[in-house]
Design a binder for this molecule. Structure first.
Ligand SMILES: [Zn+2]
Length: 300
């Protein structure tokens, strides 16, 4: 009788222990990738958003409306491009934190001028990460953050107007990095995290070789927390992107980018870059890892 009781007790204790150990895994709230996907789908539904085109004006309106109750700054500038001067618009949304310093999350939102002749909506290339940042904003809004302030930046003019070169690409980030370098803002930035083309259903984020080592390590650590390691850094290569102007000015930066999109990269910069190639799950992976990376930077 006593033996039976103790056996039952032992079993009950074992079950309790199992539940307690398993609880953090169940209780770990995941980022709402579905929300990010919804924003991305609505944004991509605007259609092509090349600079000077009508869709671009609608994209600007979408961003202004999305952040109408937030600290939204519009950074308008004139870019010298192969087709002449083009007015461009970066958008900066600020969520204040208790710690002195800033973490910047960036994406580009426009589509390619040379692709204006096809129906290129940039579902993965521009819209997915725009939706991702909008869903991240939903997590940051309405409170003072315990860590650093987080600023979201929606860059214009990442894509080449004619053909990719150092002077015909990344207009928005080069403009903003120079402006923030001149007025002292860059000195406040603890980390710059760029998201580009990481809505891909078949997610494999490269280790971009000019990204800052400790930031790569923190992202890897964040991915490990969720057992997401296989999505990250299985291959490495240098990529020219919106982070470079910040890297060149000494800001710790990382480009989270998946350059492998569709069979033989056949969805990249084609009319095949549509929402059916993007998944809420990939955006949940991104959101989980970016938010955890922010937490790790805050306690670094
Ligand atoms: Zn692109």
């Amino acid at each position: 009788m006593i033996q039976l009781f103790s056996r039952q007790l032992a079993a009950a204790l074992q079950l309790t222990l199992l539940l307690v150990l398993a609880l953090p895994a169940f209780a770990q709230p995941h980022f709402n990738g579905g929300k990010a996907y919804q924003y991305a789908r609505a944004f991509a539904a605007i259609g092509p958003r090349w600079p000077t085109g009508p869709g671009h004006v609608k994209a600007e309106e979408f961003i202004r409306n999305q952040f109408r109750h937030d600290q939204l700054e519009e950074d308008t500038f004139i870019a010298n491009t192969p087709i002449g001067p083009v007015t461009m618009h970066n958008f900066i949304v600020r969520f204040p934190g208790k710690k002195d310093g800033v973490i910047v999350l960036g994406t580009h939102y426009e589509t390619n001028y040379p692709l204006r002749t096809i129906n290129f909506v940039g579902a993965n290339d521009g819209a997915a990460t725009t939706g991702l940042l909008m869903a991240i904003a939903d997590q940051l809004r309405g409170k003072t953050l315990d860590g650093y302030s987080v600023w979201l930046v929606f860059f214009d003019g990442e894509e080449a107007i004619q053909q990719w070169s150092a002077s015909d690409s990344t207009y928005g980030s080069r403009h903003l990095a120079a402006k923030w370098g001149g007025n002292g803002t860059l000195g406040k930035i603890k980390a710059f995290v760029l998201a580009d083309m990481i809505g891909d259903k078949d997610l494999d984020i490269q280790r971009e070789t000019r990204s800052t080592g400790w930031l790569v390590d923190l992202v890897r650590q964040a991915a490990k927390k969720y057992d997401y390691e296989h999505y990250f850094f299985q291959t490495e290569e240098p990529v020219d992107d919106d982070h470079l102007a910040f890297v060149q000015r000494g800001v710790p930066s990382i480009d989270l980018i998946d350059l492998d999109y569709g069979p033989n990269n056949s969805y990249h910069h084609t009319a095949k870059d549509t929402m059916d190639k993007v998944s809420a799950h990939s955006l949940a992976v991104d959101g989980d890892v970016i938010l955890e990376t922010i937490r790790l930077i805050d306690i670094r």
